[in-house]
Design a binder for this molecule. Sequence first.
Ligand SMILES: NC(=O)c1ccc[n+]([C@@H]2O[C@H](COP(=O)([O-])OP(=O)(O)OC[C@H]3O[C@@H](n4cnc5c(N)ncnc54)[C@H](O)[C@@H]3O)[C@@H](O)[C@H]2O)c1
Length: 419
Amino acid sequence: MKPEIAIIGAGYVGLPLASVFAAAGRSVVLVDVSPERAAMINRGESYIEDVPSEELAPLVRDGLVKATTDYDEVMSVQAILIALPTPLSAQREPDLSIVLAAVKELSLRLQRGHLIVLESTTYPGTTREQVQPILEQSGLKAGVDFHLAFSPERVDPGRSDWTTKTTPKVVGGLTPACTKQAVALYSSAVDTVVEVSSPEAAELTKLLENIFRSVNIALVNELAQLCERMGIDVWEVVDAAATKPFGFMSFKPGPGLGGHCIPIDPFYLTWKAREYDFTTEFIELAGKINENMPYWCRGRISRALNSAERSIRGSKILVIGVSYKADIGDMRESPALKVIELLLEEGADLSYHDPHVPELEELGLVSVPLDPGAYDCVAIVTNHSSIDYTQLVADSKLVVDFRNATGRDGVTNGKVHKL
Ligand SMILES: NC(=O)c1ccc[n+]([C@@H]2O[C@H](COP(=O)([O-])OP(=O)(O)OC[C@H]3O[C@@H](n4cnc5c(N)ncnc54)[C@H](O)[C@@H]3O)[C@@H](O)[C@H]2O)c1
């Protein structure tokens, strides 16, 4: 079957997107630099937890999904979606090099009638100021010879109540005709498509969503620190506030931000705002509070050990859960890495247990069997649901719980110290 749609980047965004289009009967080719990833997909094997192999394999077998490393495959498709990483540089500035290198490859193969949609999270203006000029090096004109739009991905790895198919998709084209084409494409596979007036509006929509989370998480993280001083259980307060049926949305404190999006994306806007002599103070402040959380966690562990007349140096500490959130193995930007690094710096004899992450290669650690009684302190950094926390508390000497995994036990049981 000749593919109708090409998706550049077969990662957390690209692979679920491909499976949604394929499930709607649209044939997709995934283009990825990794030959290993392409080979796995072509064998029907998934490496993304949200797309089980049982779901992918029949789509591959029916010829609806295939993968390649060869950009030439895009020449015969109708639409090309770009789902490539948009990291920050070492100086914490937007690094569009991966996206723009791929766009250059596309410009060499661009055909009249192509629809190109950027899905990668980025600052307002990227589609028009960066992507369009490179594509137009082909000699074809955007909005005339080919269509160009931005549509942010909203995937939340591990979530099952909302999926790529059921989550509304925001679309903003360079021209009304571009928007129309992109809306028609997504409407063929996702339930709801929301049109906005420009790529810039669509780009900023995604950033607003992520900044909203970052700022609200920072707010409860700050409150958690105050609550420790005041002797108030922040979790009880957040849960009680969440009973208000209107005007309040619950965010949980924790050891810091993780994942590809929330720790990174807000700074794309901070950078762009400078061009307009504007300082995005909420983003900066939230970043400062959230980035400090692993340091605060180290202090919390140190105070808990102190209550048992011990120091971090020389203590056997077991970190439970190292991925950035519960029940997945995604390590990107995980605050657990920073917490572990800080504890090792202080001389802890450190081990970790995570059923989803067998090895932390960069730290030379492997997940150990769960034997909490063998440690001076057990620190719950990520609360995977497969662990029995009541049993864990019963078997441990001292527990520091940054996720409220131990629930009310944390309040009633003297050996649990909560964030
Ligand atoms: N992961 C999320 O939860 C999420 C959610 C919403 C939006 N986003 C955004 O979507 C974009 C993609 O993120 P992701 O999580 O899917 O990334 P990812 O790292 O999971 O996947 C990217 C894929 O692109 C491939 N790749 C890298 N360079 C390439 C190139 N030049 N040509 C072809 N393939 C290349 C990699 O091998 C990898 O398979 C980012 O901008 C991200 O911010 C991610």
